[in-house]
Design a protein. Sequence first.
Length: 415
Amino acid sequence: MNAEELNEFLNSTCKLILETLELPVYYALMDGDEIYDLTKERVQGNPLFPKQSELARVLKQQTQQLKVPNIYTTNFGEVFVIIPLFQEEVLKAKVIIGPCVSVRMTDEIIRDILRDFELNETPEWTSYLTALPLVSTKRLYNIGILVYRLLNGVLLDVNDIIETHFRFEQQTKLLSHAEVIISDRRESLEFRGVFEIEKQLLRSIRNGDKTAFYNMTLSTNFDGPGILSNYSEMRNIKNLGIYVIALAARAGIEGGLYPEVAYTLSDLHIQYIEELRDYRAVVNAIGEALIEYVDRVAESKRKYLSKSIATVQEYIFNHLYETIPLSLLANKVGLQENYLSQLFKKETGVTITQFIQNEKVEEAKKLLELTTEPVTAIAAKLNFYDQNHFIKIFKRYTGLTPNRYRNKNKFDNEH
């Protein structure tokens, strides 16, 4: 459509959005300077701007050019949903919905926000912030999905929005906000940020492996912020929680949970986190949510495994860096070696050797991604016969040699 048709389409669509959501709506064409304000009633705006449309202009210019809706929170706690409109993969316009808030603005929070920017607490600020409508984070994402569908004809997955938004906004931040202490007790690995933690967490959830999960502890014993000590830190830790829980839901489904169970858990935990006002309580709630996913996946897997096979798998998980002979496993569960081998294959679909090799390859992938250890050292640690044997087995399960896998997946702080 040409510029005139595009403007007419946006005008009629945004009017419908305004009447449906009862939130302020603006739109802007990328090749022009005008901000179109669809808000019928004049509402009090941010005291720093003569008109609220001026704030929308700043958002158009300064917010990241994402290909999905952006849930953007300003320094003053205002939340906007910014939805791009594309034509032939070219960004043509942005629709801006808001402001609203995702945390109820109390006097304490307002004082904290204004103090951060050395602003006086005036009736104008208090009136503005307390009047902003309260919209849950879940609803904000749903608004983004709905409007994106109206504008672009594409139905997005909420997890795609959460992941894209979090990665773009947080990729340069380590998890100091969450005070996450990562400790791999099998080998002392030092992680550098959220992407390494993500890979570890998702594997433990997908496998229902509580032992591996507990190697990563969400600590509550830290000198972090107290109650309402910093609004932006509270928002950051809640955003982190939403992101991690969304990933956990996906990992849980891959681990065997029914999607409706995984997503219902996600909704409940995110809603609970949004209601919290204490930083430490949010950290604890994130940990509890992840533990529940691990437990439910483990329970789901146990339903299909006998006690003997579950015991064998758990032993393998916990002793990957050791030699694991069949005789030792048979002795652990009190079965004959041949019978154990037959039973394991019957219940899991793979042989014990294949299962051990696969788990060692998964562990090797982690070491290749997160450390600079040479391939020879990794092969020796995981008790492969030699480097050539390790390379052969690794390529069998991944299609790549260890060095090619490392080059393809190695974490880079600059990206």
